[in-house]
Write a protein that binds this ligand. Sequence first.
Ligand code: AMP
Length: 419
Amino acid sequence: MQLIDNFNFAGKKAIVRVDFNVPLNKETGEVSDDTRIRGALPTIKKIIADGGSAILMSHMGRPKQNPDPKFSLKQIISAIEKNLGQSIQFCDDCMKADEQAAALKPGEVLLLENLRFYEEEEGKPRGEFASDEEKKAAKNALKEKQKDFAKKLASYADVYVNDAFGTAHRAHGSTAVIADYFDEPNKMFGFLINNELKAMDKVLNEAQKPFTAIMGGAKVSDKIMIIENLLDRVDNLIIGGGMTYTFIKAQGGQIGNSLCEEDKLDLALEVLKKAEAKGVKVFLPTDAVNADKFDKDANTNTSKTNETPEGWMGLDIADETIKTFSDVISNSKTVLWNGPMGVFEFDKFAKGTSAVAQAVAKATQENGAFTLIGGGDSVAAINKNKLADKVSYVSTGGGAMLEYMEGKVLPGIKAIRGK
Ligand code: AMP
């Protein structure tokens, strides 16, 4: 596999799949969080510094037509220029960039318009279909057109670099199919994907013990596969968030109006049994902060998690649990954290998630632990607590990270690495 570190881009044109799916301020239209742009800078700067030129391609949002000004990447040109420290060119149709790409000089950067203006990118046919058969036929036809789409993009460049970890779990034109049009020495991951893979592989394959996985968030069903894949690896499994109550109810506890997936009760018991058989210690919250309604101004009380009063719902972990979880986390040598401990978007129910964020930072700083945080909401929680630089690695890809940690093959990774 070609490595970007060893590659010399001098005189080459590189087409780079970046993830510039950035949020825009609804009033000003400006980029409100440029984390993803900053994430791609090392790769772009290396190409330029070597004397190559970069053709950047990305999606933004979920446009349904071509063009769709609301989702135009034109809106982020100035944010890219500001971060890159140089001006860039723009092509307002990603299928019509031949001339601009051919004219690019060393050190220059060209941004292509939103790839998803074309349905070929995702390979998902748009519009209404009279029947499933018709939809299937349209999808098959589109698969063929997707190859042409990817081939066209490939034709602009000598080299393909994939640095969009956030879409690596999608088999899209620009993330996977395009790789077929470059030979092995001329396709590679960018620095961002390399770093993501290094961090995840370290946790999956070289974890120092004790290894603690912290799983939070709303639903058991979203996290069950990752939990199952981790049971062979971890020493401690901490469960928090809304998921808690499916486990508590399965064990016969009173959960009031707390979130519960009734059809996952057996599954929850199975997980606990499997964990026990594998010698994994499971930590479930023992006490909770409850609310009388799902609201930022709700009235609150605290109770044991298995004695939630009728009419109340558990929305955060309480002090006893915070202490237990924090002790386990700060004594760990490897920590993986995915999903908040409570409804941290409401200040009244953010304490548990903040405490876990602090404990993860403490494990990193004071215990020399390797700590990986992934999944949109736990990343938001780490950022909210201003601890991003106090942990080992914060993943940029929610769904992609989750799937990789579940043990799945990601099409965007396989297209370059072969597995
Ligand atoms: P996920 O995307 O699965 O990681 O879930 C994150 C969401 O779970 C956040 O929006 C939280 O507000 C929500 N959440 C966390 N704890 C609870 C809880 N106890 N009850 C309901 N929702 C929760």
